[in-house]
Design a binder for this molecule. Structure first.
Ligand code: 0GY
Length: 307
């Protein structure tokens, strides 16, 4: 794994990585689970490097540099073929690092951007040509300042004609208040990390039921069954307490689920997941080859590589 061995603790340019932040795993294990041919890591990020792609002044954290070359090395090592790179909040609405990665991916990466409502049609077109297929709306208060809903709606209306979707990131406790807004958005929606359920609560309880209802109510809402490392209280390497939640989503909505590593795992402060062990989580939640193929190949290709 020398190719991805970290200079991870470093951040370049005028930036210093947050002291309470763990760098990505320097030497992940080789997974036992072999992903099917064509598998897509549908949630990951690139950070900087800061001396080339500076972090945004409004960011809530300063990460370690996690450049595209290390992402490609991880992709190959884990047995994946493609990536969906999601703009992280530390880069604000400056999508240059993601766009640069997409342009150097030989068509093997697509992206999700963050945009402001004053973006021009020409700029949207440029993002589309680079491989951007969606925008992200982030409602996690520790990560972003609140954007008014009418602003988000105006962005949704701008990207709708492009055939893009909206990735939404929120915590389960905020869903009751956000539910109607989400239902009113015109594009397909992709929910990050199953809406961050509290996995100490019952999988059949009212909190997770509201999330499942959102998916049941609208056939064009998808979910990433990702980030057991963020959700688990039982912890690594098996993250057992997350399994019933993720399995419920995969089995209820097999054609609308996606999976991703979340590399380089921003804001992990207690433990840094071993990416190989995260891949070994997949057969726990998608228990048949048919479900695995939908989760890792058919679904992400349909959403991100349909053109
Ligand atoms: C994730 C999760 C987190 C961060 C971000 O854009 C971001 O900064 O998404 C988080 O801190 O929970 O999916 O990458």
């Amino acid at each position: 794994m020398s190719t991805i061995r970290a200079t991870a603790a470093s951040t370049s340019g005028p930036f210093q990585m947050d002291q309470d932040w763990l760098p990505f795993h320097p030497n992940p294990s080789k997974p036992l689970f072999v992903p099917p041919p064509g598998a897509v890591d549908a949630h990951c990020h690139v950070f900087g490097p800061g001396d080339v792609f500076p972090y945004a002044p409004e960011r809530k954290y300063t990460p370690c540099d996690a450049p595209k070359e290390k992402l490609w090395a991880l992709r190959d090592f884990l047995g994946f073929e493609r990536n969906v790179i999601v703009q992280a909040t530390c880069h604000g609405a400056d999508n240059r690092a993601v766009v640069d990665a997409l342009r150097h991916s030989n068509g093997r990466a697509r992206g999700v951007a963050t945009v402001k409502p004053d973006i021009t049609d020409a700029q949207l077109q440029e993002l589309d040509e680079a491989g951007i297929r969606g925008v992200r709306f982030n409602f996690v208060k520790r990560l972003v300042d609140v954007t008014p809903r009418e602003v988000l709606l105006s962005i949704a209306e701008r990207i709708y004609p492009l055939g893009w979707h909206i990735v939404i990131y929120f915590e389960a406790t905020d869903l009751p208040e956000l539910f109607d807004f989400f239902s009113s958005l015109p594009t397909p929606l992709v929910i990050d990390h199953m809406g961050r359920p509290d996995v100490t609560k019952p999988v059949d309880g009212p909190e997770f039921e509201l999330f499942l209802k959102l998916l049941r109510d609208r056939p064009n809402i998808w979910s990433k069954v990702s980030c057991p490392d963020r959700l688990s209280k039982s912890g690594p390497p098996r993250y057992e307490d997350v399994i019933p939640f993720a399995r419920r989503v995969v089995e209820s909505f097999p054609d609308r689920v996606l999976w991703g590593t979340d590399w380089p795992h921003p804001n992990m402060k207690n433990h840094m997941p071993d990416d190989g062990k995260l891949v070994d989580f997949i057969p726990q939640i998608a228990t048949t080859p048919a479900l695995q193929r939908k989760l890792l190949v058919d679904n992400p290709l349909r959403l991100y590589w349909h053109r």
